[in-house]
Design a protein around this ligand. Structure first.
Ligand code: KG4
Ligand code: ZN
Length: 362
């Protein structure tokens, strides 16, 4: 039985968790504490890096203590301390990595730097015991990527956004329409009563052979429609939200559909081909049912981890640490680690202009 403490401070959630790996190779969450800073940032309509870093300093010790207490664990019983070392907001990353280094140095435990995206990528192995390889759609406030997950530390990025992340597009659309932050759930709610065919919003890169995403043109089109109709009635807002969500689901359908076809043709022998969806946008029911349909059509299955493990949390970081520990992938020079605001999971993938420009949320 191995036990790892995970620490996550890359954006606006201060989180700590303890996860263990039993002798049969299954993971168990012993504690999972997340202190959200949403209220600290709500007045600004987005995450303010300086406010986030300060809040992490104030919250982290208490959050770690609670995670240890909830799990009934002592520092001495841990096998390692895993910490998000990037990508994300540098102030928060410094708070997390310095805390983890201090704890590891004081206790003599191993220190495992984890890429935040790897945490998202491996969560489905903790929740569903998935075998490699599988396809991952990561859709959050900071990232929109399609990744082939081949093994621990082995990822191929097939697509990313060349401008805004999908969650960011939801948040900006909400802001333009006067809906509160975070925008995603509010846009989805408004869309339920709207007419998705009232506005023909663009789907940038539609028809392109590339798998990459682009959402900033969609946001601009929303602004134009909203400006031309102002002042907006509730029905206008609902129709714009429905039209926006329809453009998004059609884009995802096309890109993810082609990615699934590629996955199936490159891995013909897999018994149950799997698409995993992760990130806060995975909460969206219209998007989930679109993805579910794409999988069913192809004899594949959709795995969506429970929402609290889809959004930012430290259980996924502890689990990625355990996977690394198990695979012998703990760097000898971990104490020299410097947090990285930018840290692509697939270092071989070409950088995309504008992608992850906020570098803030994953
Ligand atoms: O993964 P997450 O909790 O945080 C990071 O981005 O790190 O994702 C938050 C994002 C926000 O942009 C939020 O608006 C979006 O996920 N989101 C949604 C929904 N719920 C959250 N987007 C669309 N529909 C939703 N129901
Ligand atoms: Zn994330």
């Amino acid at each position: 039985m191995r036990k790892v403490l995970g620490i996550e401070t890359s954006c606006d959630e201060t989180a700590a968790a303890i996860v263990c790996l039993d002798d049969l190779g299954a993971g168990h969450i012993l504690s999972n504490v997340v202190a959200s800073q949403i209220e600290d940032h709500a007045a600004y309509g987005g995450v303010v890096p300086e406010i986030a870093a300060r809040a992490h300093v104030e919250l982290l010790d208490g959050v770690i203590n609670r995670a240890m207490d909830d799990a009934g664990a002592e520092l001495a019983q841990l096998d390692a301390i895993a910490v998000t070392a990037g990508p994300g907001l540098i102030g928060g990353l410094i708070v997390g990595t310095m805390t983890a280094k201090a704890m590891a140095a004081a206790s003599g435990k191993s220190l495992i730097p984890v890429n935040h995206l790897e945490g998202h990528a491996l969560t489905a192995r903790l929740t569903d015991g998935l075998a490699f390889p599988y396809l991952l759609l990561l859709v959050s406030g900071g990232h929109t990527q399609i990744l082939l997950v081949e093994g621990v530390g082995r990822y191929r990025r097939w697509a990313t956004t060349i401008d805004d992340a999908l969650g960011e597009a939801f948040d900006k659309t909400a802001k333009l329409l006067g809906l509160p932050y975070p925008g995603g759930p509010n846009v989805e709610r408004a869309a339920r009563t709207g007419d998705p065919s009232r506005f023909a919003l663009p789907r940038p890169l539609a028809g392109s052979q590339r798998l990459d995403f682009s959402f900033s043109g969609l946001k601009t089109a929303v602004r134009q429609v909203a400006t031309s109709l102002a002042p907006l009635s509730d029905a206008d807002v609902a129709d714009i939200c429905a039209s926006f969500q329809s453009a998004v689901t059609r884009t995802l359908s096309e890109r993810v559909g082609r990615s699934l076809d590629r996955f199936l043709s490159e891995h013909p022998g897999i018994a149950l081909p799997t698409l995993v969806v992760a990130g806060g946008v995975a909460a969206n029911q219209a998007i989930r049912s679109t993805l579910d349909g794409l999988c069913r059509e192809r004899g594949a299955r959709l795995v969506a981890p429970p929402l609290e493990l889809c959004t930012d949390n430290a259980a996924m970081i502890a689990w990625a640490g355990l996977e690394r520990l198990n695979a012998g992938l703990v760097p000898a020079e971990a104490f020299a680690l410097a947090p990285r605001a930018r840290w692509p999971l697939d270092e071989t993938a070409a950088a995309r202009v504008g992608s992850g420009k906020r570098g803030a949320k994953a």
